[in-house]
Design a protein. Structure first.
Length: 330
């Protein structure tokens, strides 16, 4: 049975407490825009399997991580329920005052794109970098696509939120400053970031002790009631408004997760929203090699149940994005 959390706020104000005094009406605070039924069952329904021995193309992936100067992928982060370990790449800083960026991957898992992002953020800030896996740790090859037949519905934004909370808890044991810790999510990871910072009472209580804000890059943003053609493979949750600072970056050429799917409460309540008309989905994606940067303008095609999509590396927007993330974290 789902455990429900119910929050009651009662404020009493009394005046004239002496003889003949009278009581004023209580001041009742405005209730939140929506309530939550988030509970333990929401975690258990998507997180029953932790398999830490499964990393596709592990040798190539870890050689790429080493090449870019970030930690290899190892079982590291105790799950939200502290059962099993989530795979992660950890690159600590030698600067005790450095910021920390927790990077959440897209639907295909960890790849060179995330290593390069971690490297660029370290080069500019000397930051701690933690890259957290959410799908291989659960025995999935991807979060969608062919894995749906083998593993069932796509893990929702709630699962990504719980993993970011688990990462925050682990970082607390490493002595990082939560006031300088930021989640950065790409695509489905960006979807998870939007959920993580949504001002739901229980989510807020779970997240705020560990993070100062979040960055969502070209995210999925469907919410309950979506008319999406593959909605049966996804569970959607409320996104926005937010309990902490959020930077959102979207692309006008993004056909995979177009911003037109986003509600006003998702995009217009962030602290900063940048919409780049010349950017595709995954405009910073590493294409073609695990050991060198992609040439500007190189594209690759993705075909899925939503249609055919072009991902084109945009060097100018990639550099601008890194600078925006760095500025957001200062």
């Amino acid at each position: 049975m789902k455990i429900k959390f119910v929050i009651f706020a009662i404020v009493f104000a009394l005046a004239g407490c002496g003889g003949g005094g009278s009581a004023t009406l209580p001041v009742v605070p405005t209730p939140p825009a929506y309530s939550t039924t988030l509970g333990v069952a929401d975690y258990n329904s998507e997180n029953t399997v932790i398999k830490t021995d499964f990393v596709p193309n592990a040798d190539l992936l870890n050689r790429s991580a080493t090449f870019w100067g970030v930690g290899t992928i190892v079982p590291l982060i105790p799950g939200f329920d502290r059962k099993g370990l989530l795979l992660a790449s950890w690159t600590p800083s030698t600067n005790p005052n450095a910021p920390t960026f927790v990077i959440a991957h897209g639907g295909g898992g960890i790849d060179t794109t995330l290593f390069q992002l971690g490297t660029d953020l370290r080069a500019k800030t000397g930051a701690n970098i933690l890259i957290v896996d959410s799908i291989w740790s659960r025995g999935r090859t991807s979060n969608g696509g062919d894995s749906i037949n083998a593993s069932g519905k796509t893990l929702s934004a709630n699962a990504r939120m719980f993993d970011l909370v688990a990462a925050g808890r682990w970082l607390a044991t490493q002595g990082v400053d939560p006031k300088k810790t930021y989640a950065v999510g790409l695509s489905q990871g960006g979807w998870g970031v939007l959920r993580t910072f949504t001002n739901d009472p229980i989510i807020t209580e779970l997240v705020k002790p560990y993070y100062a804000g979040g960055v969502s890059l070209y995210p999925m943003c469907e919410e309950p009631g979506t008319k999406h053609t593959e909605a049966q493979n996804f569970t959607y949750h409320k996104l926005g408004p937010y309990h902490s600072r959020v930077l959102l970056i979207t692309g006008g050429l993004d056909t995979l997760t177009p911003v037109s799917y986003c509600s006003d409460s998702t995009v217009k309540t962030v602290e900063k929203w940048l919409h780049w008309e010349d950017a595709t989905h995954a405009f910073n994606q590493s294409i073609g090699s695990a050991f060198q940067r992609t040439a500007d303008g190189v594209c690759q095609t993705m075909v899925n149940g939503f249609g055919t999509h072009q991902f084109c590396y945009n060097e100018r927007r990639t550099n601008q994005m890194v600078n925006e993330v760095v500025g957001f974290g200062q």
